[in-house]
Design a protein around this ligand. Structure first.
Ligand code: FAD
Ligand code: NAI
Length: 508
């Protein structure tokens, strides 16, 4: 009984603590401290992008040390790990978006933000040319932004490998707009298939959802889609539900190539049980408005061309370099061999430059293009820039004290000498910043039917886990990683709402 009492008290106190934390977070969010205005005598730090790399940097940067200017066509941060859940309406898209202006209002000094695309960088003149490509344009839609220091965190675009018909006929899954389009198209296919008089062949085509690319994006999306058919379409559109089919096409011999063998097998078996067709060793070569053409390698090594009709095609074959990055590469002699992004050194400085850094998917630092890497790189740059600012301030102070010692010998010289010594001690400690080192915490992926797979780093090894408990771990890990208390609350409500009432299948 006593144990039970203590457990109850502990639960009660934790619940009170959680409510208190939420109230405090809301209060803090609504009452930001007054901000220092930018100081034109300080260096201008221009940051391109508002994704994982750039926002992690901006979150930890002491903005009062620089004039910070942020440029991005997206005025929000997107929590990409939960993007596949938005394609079926399990989570509403705004729940995983955080406006950057509300992030910046909590920084000590004001941050200037321009919603625009950086269209080119001139490293000789140290300017970025920015273009407003939004729907509404004013008198000026292109201008130059000078910089002293530049951070490129523009991410990557979708790889299509020049395969004909991909751009015209398929949906990608990288941005909020992509998820919204997929959500609309799924329901369009379902409603069109349910139209009176539709032929059996056409119903089958319309309800065949093909996903190309068996990396984590393709696998998570295929899992979410099958859940949607099982949990909601079966209940709401029963007359056609048995014809809904998901097929995942992968060029390599297995899906999830970056996960351990055991988890690959578990995923493929789970997909088999869930009736998701997995076509491995199958490479898509051509796409038309209603079919994909692929070359499949049979077990005996022979190749066969197959044509697969589809209603919805989602293309998830990884990353390609953005035009702005290609443009910058072409302007830096030391980058002439860079193919996958900007080659950076161990301090993330773009090779061949002194004042340009790169983070995330657009930087080639020897790591996988993941949010985890981008976030750690952003945090590292924040520490580096904070230290650089402190170093400059200390060096200026030492210079000032040394000059005063030389000018007025005897006056307070002992105090000044002591302060110089103290500054030099601090300087030695600050200057000793180690190169960037990535710590891999593990890989997680949702595979549908309330199951997940996880390769978690443990000491010097790796623990592979899968199943329903891993799914709970996946949910709690991503909930805690959401950007803000607001995001956490909205995502929790969405999960609860979908559990209670099902997903909202209305097509906007
Ligand atoms: P991004 O986050 O893509 O941000 C790039 C920013 O640059 C954006 O704000 C964009 O608008 C802006 N930009 C683009 N062009 C320009 C320009 N010309 N000028 C200025 N700004 C520009 N990784 C994980 O570790 N775990 C996961 O679970 C996971 N899940 C994912 C799920 C999906 C569906 C996807 C697509 C990716 C997922 N990733 C995950 C990968 C992760 O999202 C990326 O590695 C990460 O977003 C890279 O961060 P970034 O800052 O380099 O780029
Ligand atoms: P990816 O590069 O990981 O996988 C793309 C897959 O498409 C590859 O396996 C490739 O063999 C296949 N492919 C390429 N061309 C093809 C063709 N013509 N026909 C058939 N298959 C073809 O890309 P993805 O999944 O978009 O991931 C990008 C990055 O984001 C990765 O680094 C990934 O780790 C990360 N990410 C991580 C997630 C997680 O940890 N849960 C979720 C989503 C992405």
């Amino acid at each position: 009984l006593t144990t039970f009492k203590w457990l109850w008290r502990l639960t009660y106190l934790s619940a009170l603590g959680a409510i208190g934390a939420v109230i405090y977070a809301v209060y803090e969010d609504r009452n930001p401290q007054p901000q220092v205005q930018p100081d034109p005598t300080k260096k201008t730090l221009v940051v391109l992008g508002t994704g994982w790399g750039s926002v992690s940097l901006l979150k930890k940067l002491d903005t009062e040390n620089y004039n910070v200017v942020v440029i991005s066509p997206r005025n929000y941060f997107l929590f990409t790990p939960l993007l596949p859940s938005c394609t079926t309406g399990l989570i509403e898209h705004r729940s995983i978006m955080e406006p950057v202006r509300s992030i910046f209002q909590h920084r000590k000094a004001a941050v200037k933000f321009y919603e625009a695309e950086a269209s080119s960088v001139d490293p000789d003149r140290k300017v970025v040319i920015i273009t407003d490509n939004s729907e509404i344009q004013g008198d000026t839609s292109q201008t130059e932004i000078p910089y002293d220091m530049l951070v490129v965190g523009v991410g990557a675009e979708n790889a299509t490998f020049g395969i004909p018909g991909v751009r015209e006929n398929s949906c990608f899954l990288k941005e909020i707009g992509d998820a919204q389009l997929i959500r609309k198209k799924i329901m369009d296919c379902v409603e069109t298939a349910a139209f009176k008089g539709q032929t059996e062949e056409e119903i089958k085509r319309l309800l065949h959802m093909v996903v190309v690319g068996g990396g984590p994006t393709g696998v998570e999306f295929a899992g979410e889609l099958q859940d949607f058919f099982e949990q909601d379409i079966k209940r709401l559109v029963p007359e056609i539900a048995d014809r809904c089919k998901v097929t995942l096409i992968e060029a390599l011999p297995n899906v999830l190539p970056s996960f351990s063998r055991q988890l690959i097998e578990y995923t493929e078996n789970t997909f088999k049980e869930e009736k998701i067709d997995v076509l491995t060793k199958t490479m898509v070569k051509n796409v038309s408005d209603k079919t994909v053409e692929a070359v499949a390698t049979r077990p005996d090594g022979t190749k066969e061309t197959i044509t697969i009709p589809y209603g919805l095609l989602v293309w998830a074959t990884g990353n390609a370099v953005r035009p702005i990055v290609k443009d910058l590469i072409s302007k830096i002699a030391a980058q002439k061999d860079s193919r996958r992004g900007l080659a950076v050194n161990e301090y993330l400085v773009v090779q061949g430059t002194r004042d340009i850094w790169a983070v995330g998917d657009c930087a080639v630092a020897g790591y996988a293009p993941t949010a985890q890497v981008a976030a750690q790189e952003g945090n590292f740059l924040a520490r580096l820039f904070n230290n650089m600012a402190k170093t400059e301030a200390l060096e200026a102070r030492i210079h000032e004290l040394s000059s005063s010692l030389n000018l007025k010998p005897g006056t307070n010289s002992a105090d000044a000498a002591r302060e110089i010594e103290e500054c030099e001690r601090k300087l030695r400690r600050i200057k000793d910043i180690k190169p960037f080192h990535y710590t891999h915490q593990g890989s997680l992926a949702y595979i549908g039917s309330e199951k997940a797979v996880a390769d978690v780093s443990w000491w010097n090894g790796n623990i592979a886990s899968h199943g329903s408990m891993t799914y709970l771990f996946w949910r709690s890990a991503y909930l805690s990683m959401c950007f803000s208390t607001r995001n956490r609350l909205l995502v929790s409500i969405d999960w609860l709402k979908s559990k209670m009432f099902g997903r909202d299948i209305s097509r906007e």
